[in-house]
Design a protein around this ligand. Structure first.
Ligand SMILES: Nc1nc2c(c(=O)[nH]1)N[C@H]1C(S)=C(S)[C@@H](COP(=O)(O)OP(=O)(O)OC[C@H]3O[C@@H](n4cnc5c(=O)[nH]c(N)nc54)[C@H](O)[C@@H]3O)O[C@H]1N2
Ligand SMILES: Nc1nc2c(c(=O)[nH]1)N[C@H]1C(S)=C(S)[C@@H](COP(=O)(O)OP(=O)(O)OC[C@H]3O[C@@H](n4cnc5c(=O)[nH]c(N)nc54)[C@H](O)[C@@H]3O)O[C@H]1N2
Ligand SMILES: [Mo]
Length: 766
């Protein structure tokens, strides 16, 4: 079949310089300092300017790192409260390169589609709005006013507000997010899918049901105080590097750390603190005391096996393992769980986990030393068909010993995007709680829509079926972040208008049917000048601390709008200038937006004053105080069956993950330093025994395929890399492997795509 245009959906398949070394056993160190500055210099900064910019990151009067959501310590180091990957994020945003209209005269969207994601991201910052007309292959510049009118007219022309979809990526500030959801609901829909749907939604759902709050319960002090920290399904050395400093501190205070992961990730194994000269010389500290190499999706079986061993220990020494007082006072459902565990066959569970029995026994003995246990987790647990079950199983494990709501103990889902948690608090939610809508109604005097909106998976389905025709993205890269790339491309290409609020070019911008509009915006590091002077915004980190973020750099272009101002201008076009409050008046001074937030959302009383305290303030968290706001007021034990992990002959279970040189769909470079892979991203990590069995050698090119739901999906030309990964498990990078992730295989209860558990076959490429 010949295509008239190259498919914009997937990056090109070249990997010219692939070099394979061996995985590292320690993260950070001097190489990370060198890399931080190299990325800044490459983007056109001088060394003093790089030092100045990075020195403002995560300081109380500076801007919040646009990388991950790990909290800042109270004793933050002057100038150096950033990590290598935060530096890459800052370098990427603050680049001196700019895109002008000549660039878009030179390159059609078809030319751009042939380039790699890395290349697209290197072209520089958008400086003016752009529009692609029906039938055209070239973006042309327009002014903001015309863009807002076109967007407004398209929205007003829809048959129903439910035909529009409003996506959010988690970098959006609280102020922008609050205005955005207010506008969308006043317009008349809850179609507010967000990146959280692809990310920690399983945590939100699993925790909400069992402990009454969809956020983690611990603070940074708890991490420092814990006796046992379990890090499951997470690669902090790459994705939350500053977490390693906290883990190191915990270890110094006597904590033992257990890593549960199919891969021996460098940051879990060891850490050389780049801020400590002594560490740079001594070679750093080991992080994990025990590494349990679980097979992909073997976590429910593993946790159940540990709980069975704990029940046996309780039988042998009654009163030493379970926290009976906590269980009877604060929980329900324990007897059913006990009966369920007693009926399990321990050997079957151990086998399904993939971990030797002795290692599990060792893990249990570490856990039983004290009740101060924290479990940290991320995408390795949430992105599974049983992602919610994984989270509920962690809760069971913690509740048995009363390890929640006391110092040094609790739940710690480690969030991704720097304000993904805050966006949800502000109401970016396709299924908003009734109480939230009631507050909107009483503060703003309009009747918000009550019917559920589309989450990310449902949004793609609705666009595919023509039920939604207008797609608006507040940041992000929807095409590359979502599953089933070809199908998502078809979905977006059915829309009548695609609108992207973005800082830089990405593959989602290259899709086109009728109208595509790019609205460039300020980045977080830049001065946001409004009528009342430079404005600050606020964000909420992974531990529920709300704090300010203020940019200090000159904007990439003097005419760039901020995200809040873009929202108010579109709202004004669609709803009129004074509905429900004057949008112009709000945007003059963001304190006014925060006053409305304070009136609407519990916990934000006196917001403007409290957010100006150094370090911000903690939001209320019931679980932290053993107040479980579930329907019964009790924390709940639940029964979650271990998934059936049998694979058809010749098939593998594939996880898709991040390299050390990317931020989600943003590719900073082609290396994955800690895993010893350089110069290429189209690789598949395979166990050597499996390679021998399948007749594959290092360097063989293979096509990855699956036929889920009767549809053949192919990701061609991946290089086989021998790797210490469990048998029948393979690893690839996202977004290259997203074509293989089926849209309709998602977590029960949370709709999070199962992108860590995709059945694939490997066939040598022809
Ligand atoms: N530099 C950088 N920082 C980032 C990001 C980035 O792309 N780059 N992304 C941000 C975002 S949005 C997020 S959500 C986080 C993501 O942070 P992570 O969740 O750490 O990211 P992944 O690369 O998806 O890594 C998943 C880890 O889970 C393991 N894993 C996979 N399957 C399983 C399983 O079945 N069981 C267990 N126990 N482990 C498994 C993998 O081996 C890998 O170590 O990071 C945030 N921070
Ligand atoms: N297979 C697979 N798929 C996954 C995952 C996985 O592990 N495996 N992880 C999932 C996860 S955890 C997440 S969170 C999603 C991420 O999904 P998204 O949040 O949609 O994707 P990002 O790559 O973070 O978005 C990057 C784009 O955001 C824009 N941008 C950057 N900064 C700003 C800003 O300040 N303002 C605005 N308006 N735009 C900005 C830029 O244009 C950039 O290209 O991907 C998910 N997809
Ligand atoms: Mo994420």
């Amino acid at each position: 079949m010949r295509k008239s245009h190259p498919s914009p959906a997937e990056p090109p398949e070249k990997d010219d310089n692939l070099r394979i070394g061996s995985p590292k056993t320690k993260a950070a160190g001097f190489a990370s300092v060198r890399s931080s500055f190299a990325h800044m210099l490459r983007q056109g900064h001088s060394l003093p300017s790089a030092v100045r910019i990075l020195g403002r990151m995560n300081q109380t009067d500076g801007f919040d790192c646009p990388g991950c959501a790990w909290p800042d310590p109270d004793d933050r180091a002057a100038l150096t409260e950033f990590c290598e990957n935060g530096a890459k994020a800052a370098a990427w945003e603050t680049t001196r390169r700019h895109l002008d209209w000549k660039f878009f005269q030179q390159y059609s969207i078809d030319d751009l589609a042939k380039q790699s994601d890395y290349w697209l991201g290197q072209q520089g910052r958008f400086t003016q709005p752009l529009m692609l007309r029906p039938g055209s292959r070239f973006y042309e510049p327009i002014d903001y006013q015309e863009a807002f009118q076109r967007v407004g007219n398209a929205l007003k022309g829809l048959g129903s507000p439910h035909e529009a979809i409003f996506y959010t990526s988690g970098r959006t500030s609280n102020e922008a997010a609050f205005l955005y959801q207010l506008f969308v609901r006043a317009f008349g829909t809850n179609n507010l899918p967000d990146c959280s749907n692809l990310c920690h939604e399983s945590s939100g759902v699993g925790l909400g049901e069992t402990v009454g709050i969809g956020k983690g319960s611990v603070t940074l002090d708890d991490i420092h105080e814990a006796d046992t920290i379990i890090v499951m399904g997470q690669n902090p050395g790459t994705n939350h590097p500053r977490m390693l400093t906290a883990l190191q501190k915990a270890k110094r205070n006597g904590a033992r750390i257990i890593a549960i992961n199919p891969l021996p990730e460098a940051g879990l194994m060891g850490f050389i603190n780049p801020k400590s000269p002594a560490q740079l010389i001594s070679g750093g500290t080991p992080i994990a005391d025990l590494f349990l190499q679980v097979q992909i999706n073997g976590d429910v079986a593993l946790l159940k096996a540990m709980m069975c061993l704990m029940l046996r220990a309780e039988t042998e020494a009654p009163g030493t393992v379970l926290d009976e007082d906590f269980i009877s006072l604060h929980t329900e459902g324990f007897e059913a769980l006990r009966a369920h565990l007693q009926a399990q066959d321990l050997d079957t569970l151990i086998e399904a986990s993939g971990v030797p029995r002795e290692a599990l026994e060792q893990a249990v003995s570490i856990v039983l030393r004290s009740r101060k246990t924290i479990v940290c987790w991320a995408m390795g647990l949430t992105q599974h068909k049983n992602g919610v079950g994984n989270v509920r199983e962690i809760v069971n494990f913690l509740l048995m010993r009363g390890s929640i709501g006391m110092p040094g103990a609790g739940t710690c889902p480690v969030r991704g995007h720097s304000n993904v948690q805050g966006d949800r608090t502000m109401g970016i939610h396709d299924r908003p709680p009734a109480a939230f809508l009631d507050r909107l109604q009483s503060v703003f005097g309009f009747e918000p829509p009550r019917q559920h909106g589309f989450n990310t998976v449902e949004a793609i389905q609705a666009m595919l079926e023509g039920r939604a025709k207008f797609f608006f993205a507040m940041g992000g890269n929807f095409l590359q972040a979502t599953p089933d790339t070809q199908r998502t491309a078809r979905a977006l290409q059915r829309c009548e208008m695609l609108v992207h609020v973005s800082t830089k070019l990405n593959r989602s911008h290259l899709l086109h049917n009728k109208w595509s509009i790019i609205l460039p915006c300020l980045g977080r590091s830049e001065i946001d000048q409004q009528a009342y002077g430079p404005q600050l915004v606020t964000v909420e980190n992974s531990m529920g601390v709300v704090h300010s973020s203020q940019g200090h750099l000159k904007p990439a272009h003097p005419d760039l709008y901020s995200e809040p101002s873009i929202v108010t201008r579109i709202a004004q076009e669609v709803l009129g200038p004074d509905f429900p409050v004057s949008w112009c008046w709000l945007i003059e001074n963001y304190d006014r937006i925060r006053d409305l937030i304070a009136q609407t959302i519990p916990g934000f009383e006196d917001f403007n004053a409290r957010v100006r305290q150094p370090g911000g303030f903690h939001l209320y968290n019931g679980a932290r105080e053993r107040k479980f706001h579930t329907d019964t007021g009790k924390a709940k034990f639940t029964i979650n069956e271990a998934p059936d992990l049998t694979l058809p002959d010749g098939a593998f279970r594939m996880m898709t993950m991040r390299t050390h040189d990317q931020y989600n769909t943003t590719v900073y470079g082609n290396d994955d330093r800690y895993r010893g892979i350089k110069g290429g991203r189209r690789v598949v990590l395979v166990n050597e025994a499996d390679m021998r069995e399948a007749g594959l050698s290092a360097g063989t090119l293979v096509d990855l395929t699956n036929d889920h739901g009767g549809e053949l999906r192919i990701a061609p030309r991946f290089t086989v890399v021998p790797y210490p990964i469990p048998r029948r498990c393979v690893g690839t990078y996202f977004p290259e492997a997203n074509v293989l992730v089926p849209l309709d295989r998602y977590a029960d209860g949370s709709f999070t795509p199962a992108s860590k558990d995709v059945m694939v076959r490997l066939t040598p490429s022809s």
